[in-house]
Design a protein around this ligand. Structure first.
Ligand code: NAP
Length: 254
Protein backbone atom coordinates (compact mmCIF):
# COMPACT_ATOMS: atom_id res chain seq x y z
CA UNK A 1 0.00 0.00 0.00
CA UNK A 2 1.31 3.46 -0.92
CA UNK A 3 1.99 5.80 2.01
CA UNK A 4 -0.54 8.38 0.77
CA UNK A 5 -3.32 5.74 0.78
CA UNK A 6 -2.88 4.87 4.45
CA UNK A 7 -5.47 6.18 6.87
CA UNK A 8 -4.14 8.86 9.19
CA UNK A 9 -5.04 8.54 12.86
CA UNK A 10 -4.44 11.36 15.35
CA UNK A 11 -4.52 10.48 19.04
CA UNK A 12 -4.11 13.09 21.76
CA UNK A 13 -2.28 11.99 24.91
CA UNK A 14 -0.84 8.84 23.33
CA UNK A 15 2.29 8.50 25.44
CA UNK A 16 0.74 6.49 28.27
CA UNK A 17 -2.28 4.63 29.58
CA UNK A 18 -5.43 4.51 27.49
CA UNK A 19 -3.90 6.70 24.75
CA UNK A 20 -1.03 4.27 24.26
CA UNK A 21 -3.45 1.34 24.00
CA UNK A 22 -5.46 3.32 21.43
CA UNK A 23 -2.32 3.99 19.36
CA UNK A 24 -1.56 0.25 19.52
CA UNK A 25 -5.09 -0.61 18.39
CA UNK A 26 -4.28 1.27 15.17
CA UNK A 27 -0.91 -0.43 14.67
CA UNK A 28 -1.50 -1.84 11.19
CA UNK A 29 0.12 -1.55 7.78
CA UNK A 30 -2.83 0.47 6.43
CA UNK A 31 -2.62 3.19 9.10
CA UNK A 32 -0.26 5.97 10.22
CA UNK A 33 -0.62 7.14 13.82
CA UNK A 34 0.33 10.66 14.95
CA UNK A 35 0.01 11.28 18.65
CA UNK A 36 0.88 13.98 21.12
CA UNK A 37 1.64 14.28 24.82
CA UNK A 38 2.49 17.12 27.16
CA UNK A 39 4.08 17.10 30.54
CA UNK A 40 6.05 20.25 31.28
CA UNK A 41 7.00 18.94 34.74
CA UNK A 42 9.00 16.02 33.35
CA UNK A 43 9.72 16.62 29.64
CA UNK A 44 12.47 14.00 29.33
CA UNK A 45 10.49 11.30 31.17
CA UNK A 46 7.42 11.91 29.05
CA UNK A 47 9.44 11.92 25.85
CA UNK A 48 10.71 8.47 26.86
CA UNK A 49 7.10 7.29 27.34
CA UNK A 50 6.22 8.66 23.91
CA UNK A 51 9.21 6.96 22.29
CA UNK A 52 8.07 3.70 23.90
CA UNK A 53 4.59 4.05 22.35
CA UNK A 54 6.23 4.72 18.97
CA UNK A 55 8.40 1.61 19.34
CA UNK A 56 5.49 -0.61 20.44
CA UNK A 57 3.39 0.48 17.45
CA UNK A 58 6.29 -0.22 15.10
CA UNK A 59 6.84 -3.65 16.70
CA UNK A 60 3.17 -4.41 16.10
CA UNK A 61 3.56 -3.65 12.39
CA UNK A 62 2.38 -0.05 12.30
CA UNK A 63 3.76 3.48 12.12
CA UNK A 64 3.64 6.08 14.89
CA UNK A 65 5.15 9.53 15.32
CA UNK A 66 4.87 11.70 18.42
CA UNK A 67 5.09 15.39 19.24
CA UNK A 68 4.99 17.39 22.46
CA UNK A 69 1.86 19.54 22.11
CA UNK A 70 -0.32 21.20 24.72
CA UNK A 71 -3.84 20.57 23.43
CA UNK A 72 -5.12 23.44 25.57
CA UNK A 73 -3.31 25.97 23.38
CA UNK A 74 -4.84 26.73 19.99
CA UNK A 75 -1.55 27.87 18.44
CA UNK A 76 0.21 24.62 19.44
CA UNK A 77 -2.67 22.48 18.17
CA UNK A 78 -2.78 24.43 14.90
CA UNK A 79 0.96 23.87 14.33
CA UNK A 80 0.62 20.15 15.16
CA UNK A 81 -2.21 19.59 12.67
CA UNK A 82 -0.37 21.62 10.02
CA UNK A 83 2.63 19.32 10.42
CA UNK A 84 0.50 16.19 10.13
CA UNK A 85 -1.31 17.56 7.09
CA UNK A 86 1.92 18.75 5.40
CA UNK A 87 3.27 15.22 5.83
CA UNK A 88 0.18 13.21 4.89
CA UNK A 89 -2.43 15.47 3.28
CA UNK A 90 -5.26 13.84 5.26
CA UNK A 91 -6.76 13.11 8.67
CA UNK A 92 -9.19 10.20 8.79
CA UNK A 93 -9.56 9.44 12.48
CA UNK A 94 -9.23 11.70 15.53
CA UNK A 95 -9.26 10.38 19.08
CA UNK A 96 -9.54 13.12 21.71
CA UNK A 97 -8.04 11.25 24.66
CA UNK A 98 -5.69 13.68 26.48
CA UNK A 99 -6.94 14.35 29.96
CA UNK A 100 -5.88 15.42 33.44
CA UNK A 101 -7.39 15.53 36.93
CA UNK A 102 -6.98 18.06 39.74
CA UNK A 103 -9.27 16.66 42.40
CA UNK A 104 -10.56 18.69 45.32
CA UNK A 105 -13.89 19.15 47.03
CA UNK A 106 -15.80 21.97 45.37
CA UNK A 107 -15.47 24.32 48.34
CA UNK A 108 -11.67 23.97 48.21
CA UNK A 109 -11.30 23.98 44.44
CA UNK A 110 -9.51 27.02 43.06
CA UNK A 111 -10.20 28.81 39.82
CA UNK A 112 -6.81 27.52 38.60
CA UNK A 113 -7.83 23.91 39.32
CA UNK A 114 -11.04 24.45 37.40
CA UNK A 115 -9.43 26.18 34.41
CA UNK A 116 -6.53 23.73 34.11
CA UNK A 117 -8.83 20.70 33.82
CA UNK A 118 -11.42 22.34 31.57
CA UNK A 119 -8.68 23.75 29.32
CA UNK A 120 -7.06 20.38 28.65
CA UNK A 121 -10.03 18.02 28.77
CA UNK A 122 -12.68 20.10 27.03
CA UNK A 123 -11.07 23.02 25.24
CA UNK A 124 -8.35 20.68 23.97
CA UNK A 125 -10.98 18.48 22.32
CA UNK A 126 -12.67 21.60 20.88
CA UNK A 127 -9.40 22.77 19.25
CA UNK A 128 -8.50 19.34 17.87
CA UNK A 129 -11.99 18.69 16.55
CA UNK A 130 -12.01 21.95 14.62
CA UNK A 131 -8.62 21.44 12.98
CA UNK A 132 -9.25 17.76 12.19
CA UNK A 133 -12.78 18.34 10.91
CA UNK A 134 -11.54 20.95 8.44
CA UNK A 135 -9.42 18.27 6.75
CA UNK A 136 -12.14 15.59 7.08
CA UNK A 137 -14.80 17.81 5.49
CA UNK A 138 -12.63 18.21 2.38
CA UNK A 139 -12.49 14.41 1.97
CA UNK A 140 -16.08 13.89 3.14
CA UNK A 141 -14.87 11.20 5.51
CA UNK A 142 -13.96 11.15 9.17
CA UNK A 143 -14.28 9.40 12.47
CA UNK A 144 -14.00 11.38 15.70
CA UNK A 145 -13.97 9.54 19.00
CA UNK A 146 -13.93 11.48 22.26
CA UNK A 147 -12.90 9.91 25.54
CA UNK A 148 -15.44 10.96 28.15
CA UNK A 149 -15.88 9.31 31.56
CA UNK A 150 -18.59 7.69 33.64
CA UNK A 151 -18.02 10.62 36.00
CA UNK A 152 -19.39 13.00 33.37
CA UNK A 153 -22.68 11.11 33.57
CA UNK A 154 -23.08 10.27 37.27
CA UNK A 155 -20.77 12.83 38.97
CA UNK A 156 -18.16 12.14 41.64
CA UNK A 157 -17.34 14.00 44.87
CA UNK A 158 -13.98 15.77 44.55
CA UNK A 159 -14.15 15.92 40.75
CA UNK A 160 -16.44 18.86 39.92
CA UNK A 161 -13.97 20.21 37.36
CA UNK A 162 -13.26 16.80 35.81
CA UNK A 163 -16.93 15.72 35.77
CA UNK A 164 -17.94 19.04 34.18
CA UNK A 165 -15.26 18.63 31.51
CA UNK A 166 -16.44 15.09 30.72
CA UNK A 167 -20.13 16.07 30.68
CA UNK A 168 -19.01 18.83 28.30
CA UNK A 169 -17.29 16.24 26.12
CA UNK A 170 -20.59 14.41 25.79
CA UNK A 171 -22.35 17.63 24.73
CA UNK A 172 -19.55 18.38 22.27
CA UNK A 173 -19.86 14.84 20.87
CA UNK A 174 -23.61 15.03 20.33
CA UNK A 175 -23.50 18.50 18.81
CA UNK A 176 -20.59 17.81 16.47
CA UNK A 177 -22.25 14.53 15.44
CA UNK A 178 -25.30 16.52 14.35
CA UNK A 179 -23.24 19.26 12.65
CA UNK A 180 -20.94 16.89 10.73
CA UNK A 181 -23.37 14.10 9.83
CA UNK A 182 -23.96 15.47 6.33
CA UNK A 183 -20.20 15.60 5.73
CA UNK A 184 -19.51 11.89 6.11
CA UNK A 185 -18.08 12.34 9.61
CA UNK A 186 -19.30 10.36 12.61
CA UNK A 187 -18.62 11.53 16.16
CA UNK A 188 -18.99 9.27 19.19
CA UNK A 189 -17.75 9.10 22.75
CA UNK A 190 -16.40 6.28 24.86
CA UNK A 191 -16.98 6.65 28.60
CA UNK A 192 -14.56 4.54 30.61
CA UNK A 193 -15.24 3.60 34.21
CA UNK A 194 -12.30 2.60 36.41
CA UNK A 195 -9.31 1.74 34.21
CA UNK A 196 -5.83 0.77 35.48
CA UNK A 197 -3.52 3.63 34.39
CA UNK A 198 -1.22 6.20 36.02
CA UNK A 199 -4.32 8.38 36.51
CA UNK A 200 -6.03 5.82 38.76
CA UNK A 201 -2.77 4.60 40.34
CA UNK A 202 -2.70 7.97 42.10
CA UNK A 203 -5.88 7.10 44.06
CA UNK A 204 -5.69 5.93 47.68
CA UNK A 205 -6.29 2.25 48.52
CA UNK A 206 -9.55 3.22 50.22
CA UNK A 207 -10.90 4.97 47.10
CA UNK A 208 -9.71 2.10 44.86
CA UNK A 209 -11.47 -0.48 47.04
CA UNK A 210 -14.66 1.56 47.05
CA UNK A 211 -14.55 1.94 43.23
CA UNK A 212 -13.91 -1.79 42.72
CA UNK A 213 -16.89 -2.55 44.96
CA UNK A 214 -19.13 -0.64 42.53
CA UNK A 215 -18.18 -2.66 39.44
CA UNK A 216 -20.64 -5.47 38.66
CA UNK A 217 -18.04 -7.33 36.58
CA UNK A 218 -15.82 -7.29 39.67
CA UNK A 219 -12.57 -6.00 38.20
CA UNK A 220 -10.92 -2.80 37.06
CA UNK A 221 -10.74 -2.29 33.29
CA UNK A 222 -7.56 -2.33 31.26
CA UNK A 223 -6.58 0.37 28.73
CA UNK A 224 -7.16 -2.21 25.97
CA UNK A 225 -10.83 -2.53 26.99
CA UNK A 226 -11.28 1.12 26.04
CA UNK A 227 -9.09 0.87 22.94
CA UNK A 228 -11.23 -1.98 21.52
CA UNK A 229 -14.35 0.20 21.71
CA UNK A 230 -12.50 3.09 20.04
CA UNK A 231 -11.21 0.82 17.26
CA UNK A 232 -14.75 -0.45 16.65
CA UNK A 233 -16.17 3.09 16.39
CA UNK A 234 -13.40 3.98 13.93
CA UNK A 235 -14.00 0.87 11.83
CA UNK A 236 -16.09 0.40 8.70
CA UNK A 237 -18.48 -1.71 10.78
CA UNK A 238 -19.58 1.42 12.69
CA UNK A 239 -20.57 3.67 9.77
CA UNK A 240 -24.20 3.97 10.96
CA UNK A 241 -23.36 4.95 14.55
CA UNK A 242 -23.03 8.62 15.47
CA UNK A 243 -23.65 10.83 18.48
CA UNK A 244 -23.49 7.89 20.89
CA UNK A 245 -21.74 7.31 24.20
CA UNK A 246 -20.44 3.77 24.71
CA UNK A 247 -19.79 2.96 28.36
CA UNK A 248 -16.78 0.75 29.03
CA UNK A 249 -17.12 0.39 32.77
CA UNK A 250 -17.73 -3.24 33.67
CA UNK A 251 -21.35 -2.28 34.30
CA UNK A 252 -20.58 0.54 36.76
CA UNK A 253 -23.15 2.54 34.82
CA UNK A 254 -26.18 0.59 33.63
P1 NAP B 1 -2.88 9.10 31.89
O1 NAP B 1 -2.30 7.74 32.05
O2 NAP B 1 -2.66 10.11 32.96
O3 NAP B 1 -2.40 9.69 30.48
C1 NAP B 1 -2.83 10.98 30.09
C2 NAP B 1 -2.25 11.29 28.73
O4 NAP B 1 -2.67 12.62 28.35
C3 NAP B 1 -0.74 11.29 28.70
O5 NAP B 1 -0.31 10.83 27.45
C4 NAP B 1 -0.41 12.77 28.87
O6 NAP B 1 0.85 13.14 28.35
C5 NAP B 1 -1.51 13.38 28.03
N1 NAP B 1 -1.73 14.80 28.34
C6 NAP B 1 -1.95 15.37 29.56
N2 NAP B 1 -2.10 16.70 29.43
C7 NAP B 1 -1.95 16.98 28.11
C8 NAP B 1 -1.98 18.18 27.34
N3 NAP B 1 -2.19 19.38 27.90
N4 NAP B 1 -1.78 18.09 25.99
C9 NAP B 1 -1.55 16.88 25.40
N5 NAP B 1 -1.50 15.73 26.08
C10 NAP B 1 -1.70 15.77 27.41
O7 NAP B 1 -4.48 9.03 31.73
P2 NAP B 1 -5.43 7.83 31.27
O8 NAP B 1 -5.96 7.18 32.47
O9 NAP B 1 -4.79 7.03 30.20
O10 NAP B 1 -6.63 8.70 30.66
C11 NAP B 1 -6.82 8.91 29.27
C12 NAP B 1 -8.19 9.52 29.07
O11 NAP B 1 -9.19 8.63 29.58
C13 NAP B 1 -8.41 10.85 29.78
O12 NAP B 1 -9.20 11.71 29.00
C14 NAP B 1 -9.16 10.45 31.04
O13 NAP B 1 -9.92 11.50 31.54
C15 NAP B 1 -10.02 9.33 30.49
N6 NAP B 1 -10.53 8.41 31.51
C16 NAP B 1 -9.68 7.64 32.25
C17 NAP B 1 -10.21 6.78 33.18
C18 NAP B 1 -9.35 5.89 34.03
O14 NAP B 1 -9.91 5.17 34.88
N7 NAP B 1 -8.04 5.85 33.83
C19 NAP B 1 -11.59 6.73 33.40
C20 NAP B 1 -12.41 7.53 32.63
C21 NAP B 1 -11.88 8.37 31.68
P3 NAP B 1 2.19 12.98 29.27
O15 NAP B 1 2.56 11.53 29.20
O16 NAP B 1 3.17 13.86 28.61
O17 NAP B 1 1.80 13.42 30.65
Amino acid sequence: MKKEEKRVVVVTGGSRGIGRAICLAFAAPDKQVFFNYFSPADPEGEKAHAKKTEALVKEAGGFAKSASVNVALETDVKAFFKEVLDETGRIDILVNNAGITKDKLLMRMTEQDWDAVLDVNLKGAFHCTRFAARAMIQKRYGRIINIASIVGVIGNPGQANYAASKAGIIGLTKTSAREFAQRGITVNAVAPGFIETDMTAALSEKVRASMLGQIPLGRAGQPEDVAHAVAFLASDEATYITGQVIHVSGGMYI
